[in-house]
Design a protein around this ligand. Structure first.
Ligand code: ADP
Length: 181
């Protein structure tokens, strides 16, 4: 499914984000930036050790990455030139600022891409795996954050993809996007 927002193509795709050839792909990382399971593990496996090297340098310099923030590294062996690592919130019932922190993870990531003059970026569904964020709620927060960023003002970005691994995640994002536009 796709739509145009302020002349930017927003697409929902079912697939593996490590195969995307956008300028950047976003990693649902954890604050240590040490790699892990899920999409994080898949990105480090496909991209090779140079990504972890850069992550370690970032942590040595600025400490662990706080929830809702984002940093950028090379894409290593990936088709994508860059990986933007962000940390989504762990779901804890919904009263611990989870929605704002999840929106911030998307906003900080897309902002970083625009600051670097990138033209395309792919997001996974941050926080809805090991971090347990309810899918429909996460889809609404994610799409709202990205759509409002794109509506605000024109940037270098021309293409924004959500690359959703399984069909239930894909369906949830599709029905949420239909409601939003
Ligand atoms: P978090 O810890 O933020 O919840 P996870 O990696 O556990 O992150 O899960 C986030 C989402 O990423 C889940 O929907 C999971 O199915 C999905 N995912 C796992 N591997 C990939 C991949 N290669 N490409 C895209 N999405 C993936």
């Amino acid at each position: 499914m796709e739509t145009l927002i302020n002349q930017v193509r927003l697409s929902l795709i079912q697939g593996d984000i490590t195969e995307q050839d956008t300028d950047a792909i976003v990693n649902a990382a954890n604050p240590s930036l040490m790699g892990g399971g899920g999409v994080d593990g898949a990105i480090h496996r496909a991209g090779g050790p140079v990504i972890l090297d850069e992550c370690n340098q970032i942590v040595a310099k600025q400490g662990r990455l706080p929830t809702g923030k984002a940093v950028i590294t090379t894409g290593g062996n990936l088709k994508a030139k860059h990986v933007i690592h962000t940390v989504g919130p762990i779901w804890d019932g919904g009263d611990r600022n989870e929605a704002e922190l999840l929106a911030s993870a998307y906003r900080e990531s897309i902002k970083l891409a625009a600051e670097r003059n990138l033209t395309s970026i792919s997001f996974p569904s941050v926080s809805t795996g090991a971090y347990g964020y309810p899918l429909d709620k996460a889809a609404r927060v994610a799409l709202r954050a990205v759509v409002s960023f794109l509506e605000e003002k024109p940037t270098s970005l021309k293409e924004v993809n959500f690359v959703l691994f399984d069909s239930s995640t894909y369906e949830s994002y599709c029905s949420t996007l239909k409601e939003l536009i």
